[in-house]
Ligand binder design. Structure first.
Ligand SMILES: Nc1nonc1C(=O)NC1CCNCC1
Length: 246
């Protein structure tokens, strides 16, 4: 998989692909991440990439042509179609389902804005979809792009080993994750739930599912509305709630 990031700070790109899971995926050739800087495609002595907004108001807007030229360079840097994603608070909220969809593609181009944003005509002409990582305002789209790179990379075949499998991750089944414990068994902060040391894998799976369901009900009931709960799930959730009230 190739991900091109159009950004005024290409060194940021290098960093987001240099550590942990993503860094290992790049080393193993499972993923490549490349930066394209609109300033390299800007003309004039000052290589302008932004200008004042028509209609007045604070801040600056990124110019069409340097962005368009950097997008063209990214497209032409490798074969095959690329999905162009603009990171923006005006975009659709990023969800694990969207991450899974993006992870199924061979090429992504992530467009990172700075300042007030980019000229709307460039969005209409070049962007396939806008994605937001949350309802807040960052100073640049680069952090949002890094979130996409990380979340997508870990779903690519061969990136995560068994020990880190994404299958049991939060949100993979639309629910929050269950609590996790490791050594020591006894600690002044508490002890490990006995079921986790029982060796009974069916009981452990049941306990974990109940905890995921219960946590989701308590912290993110909106996710429960979306999740297709089985009859067994509903029984587990009832048991969780009964235990709280006992
Ligand atoms: N939230 C966000 N999800 O994706 N991008 C986001 C963001 O805040 N972008 C900034 C918006 C203001 N201009 C600079 C970029």
């Amino acid at each position: 998989m190739r991900i091109d990031i159009v950004s005024l700070f290409p060194e940021f790109v290098a960093q987001c692909a240099a550590f942990g899971v993503v860094g290992r995926a790049v080393e193993r050739g499972l993923l490549s991440v490349h930066g394209f800087n609109p300033r390299d495609y800007a003309e004039g002595n000052y290589r302008r990439v932004d200008d004042r907004p028509f209609g007045g108001g604070p801040g600056m807007v990124m110019l069409i042509d340097p962005l368009r030229a950097s997008l063209r360079a990214a497209r032409e840097a490798a074969p095959g179609p690329a999905r162009v994603v603009y990171m923006s608070p005006q975009g659709a909220p990023l969800t694990q389902a969207k991450v899974r969809e993006l992870a199924g593609r061979e090429r992504l181009i992530l467009l990172c804005g700075r300042y007030e944003g980019i000229d709307e005509r460039l969005i209409r002409a070049e962007v396939d979809e806008e994605i937001s990582i949350g309802d807040y305002v960052l100073s640049g789209g680069e952090l949002a792009a890094a979130v996409i790179v990380d979340a997508v990379a870990r779903l690519r075949e061969g990136v995560l080993g068994d020990a880190e499998s994404a299958v049991q991750d939060s949100f993979e089944d639309g629910l929050l994750d269950c609590p996790h414990y490791t050594r020591p068994v006894e600690h002044d902060l508490g002890t490990v739930p006995e079921v986790l040391m029982s060796g009974n894998h069916a009981e452990i799976a049941k306990w974990r599912r109940m905890q995921s369901l219960g946590r989701t009900w308590q912290r993110r009931p909106d996710l429960l509305d979306e999740a297709a709960l089985s009859k067994a799930d509903r029984k587990l959730l009832e048991a969780y709630r009964a235990a709280l009230e006992a």
